[in-house]
Design a protein. Structure first.
Length: 177
């Protein structure tokens, strides 16, 4: 094997320097990308930490609310009885506000780990003012009720309104701790 000429030595050195520079550029871009990923993860973790601190600071408030829920939320004994009680309460409340119930039907109960939901679909007629008062009365916190669906239509008689709605009541499930 013959010795390298000066020109070949310079070209070899240039090739090694260029390869080293390209490898460093590639490595730097990978490190830069990894750094951005880690900074993003750090930002998310800091937000989670702040959120956890806030929850920890509000622990007493949420424990008080849980105690209120456990003492006030009705317990379900039988879904049929709960359906009947909800419908009876809605009918009584509607009569008191001079609202006429045109149609009614039950929906399938929904069971979640921390609540049991009973719902009734209603079609009612009445004035806008009476309907508004009725809806406010229905959704008071101590009733554990909510209007899940709501659609207003003008009735054939102008001051009256026809409303289709679904009212749900939330119960503690029978197996709740």
């Amino acid at each position: 094997m013959r010795p390298l000429t000066d020109k070949e030595k310079r070209l070899t050195l240039f090739l090694l320097v260029a390869s080293f520079a390209l490898a460093n550029l590639f490595g730097l871009s990978l490190l830069s990308q990894k750094r951005k990923e880690l900074e993003s993860q750090l930002f998310c973790l800091r937000i989670e930490q702040l959120d956890a601190r806030n929850w920890r600071m509000e622990k007493d408030l949420w424990m008080e609310r849980k105690k209120w829920l456990d003492s006030k939320q009705p317990k379900i004994h039988a879904p049929g009885e709960a359906n009947a009680n909800l419908l009876e309460m809605l009918q009584t409340s509607a009569r008191r506000q001079k609202i006429i119930i045109v149609g009614q039907s039950f929906t399938e109960p929904v069971t979640q780990p921390f609540y049991h939901e009973i719902s009734v679909k209603l079609t009612v007629n009445g004035t806008l003012e009476a309907l508004t008062h009725w809806l406010v009365e229905l959704q008071q916190p101590e009733h554990f009720q909510a209007v899940r669906r709501f659609a207003l239509k003008s009735d054939a008689e102008p001051p009256k309104i026809k409303c289709d709605l679904q009212v749900s009541r939330l119960y503690l499930p029978p197996t709740s701790p």
